[in-house]
Write a protein that binds this ligand. Sequence first.
Ligand SMILES: C[S@@+](CC[C@H](N)C(=O)[O-])C[C@H]1O[C@@H](n2cnc3c(N)ncnc32)[C@H](O)[C@@H]1O
Length: 261
Amino acid sequence: MSGEKRGGASCPLVRKNSVLVQRRVVEGDAIRSIDIFQPPVSRGELIFKPCLIRNQEPNMPPRIIARQLSRPKGALGVLVAQLMNRGNARMNAFAVRQLELAASDHVLEIGFGGGLTLPSLLEGAAYVAGVDRSPDMVRRAKSRFSEAMAAGRANFCEGRVEALPFGPGLFAKVCTVNTVYFWSALGAGCAEIHRVLQPGGRVAIGFLPKERMDQMGFPRDIFTSRSPDEVVAALVQEGFNSIRIERPEPATPWNVVVATR
Ligand SMILES: C[S@@+](CC[C@H](N)C(=O)[O-])C[C@H]1O[C@@H](n2cnc3c(N)ncnc32)[C@H](O)[C@@H]1O
């Protein structure tokens, strides 16, 4: 039995009594050799065991979880979405506050995942659009907010920040939290956000900065850690102004970058 073959470590789902040993060498990076030992698990149990990985961060989250965070799917995706809603509540609430929503605003959330912020966006704005690259998350949002959709106050669709499925200047506010790790390029995402914002519109981008992400040891072929300076530089490049990096307290590990079109 072996894990996936793409770059970085792998940690497969384990069922019943099984033992897995995988060894692989990746040249030219921090990862030079990887051993994964999966101890036997009790009968009928379905678990994710931390991988033991040499020459890499010792507590790297299993690839299957990392993949789910990047694009939640299926029953495990629902579980991951619920966990995200719990774990990311403060950062999301803070990001929404930075938007300073007005009752007439049309607002877009990119990568809404479990839909944590959607109730507060609907409460504070006239219209809420959500885009996510996970078809399952879009389906869940459509079902959960069907009344708002029927009232013409919300819509949710599949799409990517790099090619937003909206015309120019449609939104007064754009919010995105814990998604920059998955953007193919910061410039591509910032350019698209700039395009769909009205002149004077505002974006709030929440994320854990590079040094924290690197400590957490997410697989680097799934997560790209970003520093606040990199995000600010991409926003400047795409023509944003009044850019600031906000944290509720100086010691808060995450930040929200706010900018005006
Ligand atoms: C880690 S979850 C964060 C969910 C939520 N924003 C939160 O903070 O709890 C990332 C979400 O963004 C979506 N996503 C990832 N990359 C994306 C992209 N390039 N464009 C649009 N959505 C993306 C994923 O499908 C997933 O639902």
